[in-house]
Design a protein around this ligand. Structure first.
Ligand code: NAD
Length: 254
């Protein structure tokens, strides 16, 4: 079968380790012929990503909480690779003490931090890509969201609210980047045990509850999410604009 991402260069933000959804996306897209450029949060994460990625030119630091860091990263990518065909934004963060108990305990700072890194960062990244004229036409931006944006999932709290804002950002960005040929979509992924999930109080029960509610009794995998990401990065998906696509084995239905 022909590869659907031949000659495409795609930025993947958010690989922490081999369990990361971003890594599943990168692997699936590389299997479809794409060149992957990885951004990592800081030196500590660089060490971890370097164990998976040997081509050091394809590794660029980018802390999405810092506009200068995003500017530096995209400037470096532009110099090294020219234009790129897509960006996968698989980045989120909330303080551990915000991810448990009642939403009434949410702090102003904790709420703002979760919004900044997990939601605003998508706009910041799209803005910088636009300033650097980094994206081709057509191009694709994909972010990762979760069902906790729509339902009050136990302990997900400020992150659920940040995901709701992220999904709204997808729609506004899709509207404003559409004329430049850039489509923006989100994958609403089922629960998977990653570093980010272990920050949520009672994540074991969350993962079990989620698996029990899949249509076939088996949790979605990062490979399955990655394959949908590959489709969304490919020219096969140019009609999908501003959508939230569930890749959760039907958990949102049941
Ligand atoms: P992960 O811990 O592997 O990845 C999270 C990434 O966010 C890490 O690489 C981390 O370095 C990065 N990050 C955090 N703060 C950052 C910053 N300031 N600058 C740059 N990067 C930063 O976990 P994951 O589950 O693979 O998460 C990826 C995305 O998928 C997140 O948006 C998450 O909310 C979403 N998601 C996860 C699940 C799940 O069950 N694991 C389900 C649905 C959606």
């Amino acid at each position: 079968m022909a590869e659907i991402l031949t000659d495409k260069k795609i930025i993947v933000m958010g690989v922490a380790n081999k369990h990361s959804i971003a890594w599943g996306c990168a692997q699936a897209m590389a299997a479809q012929g794409a060149t992957i450029i990885y951004t990592y949060q800081n030196e500590r994460l660089k060490r971890s990503v370097s164990r998976l990625v040997k081509a050091t030119d394809n590794l660029v630091e980018c802390d999405v909480a810092d506009d200068n860091s995003i500017q530096d990263a995209f400037s470096t990518i532009h110099q090294r690779f020219g234009t790129v065909d897509g960006i996968v934004h698989a980045v989120a963060y909330a303080k551990k003490d915000e991810l448990g108990g009642s939403i009434l305990n949410a702090s102003r700072d904790g709420y703002a931090l979760a919004q900044d890194i997990s939601s605003y960062s998508l706009i910041a990244v799209a803005k910088a890509a636009s300033q650097f004229k980094l994206l081709t036409n057509p191009a694709s931006i994909v972010t990762l969201t979760y069902f906790g944006s729509e339902r009050a999932i136990p302990n997900y709290n400020v992150m659920g609210i940040a995901k709701a804002a992220l999904e709204a950002s997808v729609r506004y960005l899709a509207r404003d980047l559409g004329p430049a040929g850039v489509r923006v979509n989100a994958i609403s992924a089922g629960a998977i045990k990653t570093l980010a999930v272990t920050g949520i109080k009672g994540h074991g029960e969350l993962l079990k509850m989620s698996e029990d509610r899949t249509a076939d009794g088996n949790s979605v995998t990062v490979e399955q999410i990655g394959n949908t990401c590959a489709f969304l990065m490919s020219d096969l998906s140019t009609g999908a604009v501003g959508d939230i696509i569930y890749v959760d084995k039907g958990v949102h239905l049941i």
